[in-house]
Design a binder for this molecule. Sequence first.
Ligand code: GDP
Length: 315
Amino acid sequence: MNLRNFYRRSSTNLNKIMIILSGGTGTPKLLRGLKRIVPEENIYVIVNTAEDRWVSGNLVCPDIDTVLYTLTDRIDDDKWWGIKGDTFFTHEILKQLGYLEPMMLGEKDRSTHIFRSEIIRDGFTLTKSIEDLRAFFRIHAKVLPMSDDPVATMILTPRGRMHFQDFWIKNKGKPKVLDVIFDGLDKAEPTSEVKNALKFEDSVIIGPSNPITSIGPILGLKGIRSMLQKKKVIAISPIVGGKPVGGPAAKLMSAMGYDVSSAGVSQCYADFLDVLVVDHRDDCVIPEVSVLKTDTMMGSLERSIELAKFIVDLV
Ligand code: GDP
């Protein structure tokens, strides 16, 4: 479908508010396409914060930062974290001094963390710090942390409990996973900005993110699942050709008792899912869910735009 036909067919949807639940890789790939076909101010991204961690004195928010950098076209889209062309002198010198930071942080990226942490140290919320960053970066889309309360994803392994980042970065995702625990989630509240965004819209998109560690914490916040049960929910499966495109989703899904397939993804969302968009390479029949097939592999900006058009047509 060319862009002119798309605009003619989708003119009403282009002015609709698009609410999207996001992690830090698959959904940002969709956002880079979406922001090119709908007015950016109509995009509301509710982002996972359960992978956030204080590193070297500052709060690193991997999923939020990937969303911010994607919306400003500065994301390093080889790795899908950090800023294109960033330098890593501080991280390297700290390593020479004998302190290995748990995550690689570039200089430009680190300035985001310092700025955000100063706002939090001054007594303001994470949401306020992201509002300030959004204004500084001139981002028109709303970027909403799921909660201002701290939540930490912990992985239980035979070697003990470890932070998700230590499981994935330091231990390269190798330990057997016995359980996934979200410390603090039972006490965490969704922000009023998140609740308002969900209250006024009748449809919600769940991007192709890890259903356990990226979308799971958002769904675990008080009241979110019951709000979604009243809406049309469209999810895009992160499974392509029978496996995740990258990341630990397969290991985490099977550890939590889900089949590693689009059907398994739909089980994670079983109580509210209406439409599941799956890759055209995968066979998938799911009772009570409308399954739509298309090419969901977003290896380029053009592919992200094509998938975004497909989703906008559904909303
Ligand atoms: P994380 O916070 O870095 O774990 O990021 P997400 O949870 O947002 O994204 C990880 C998921 O994105 C993985 O499960 C991948 O399968 C999925 N993913 C990455 N690229 C693509 C893509 O091009 N298409 C689809 N359908 N899924 C993708």
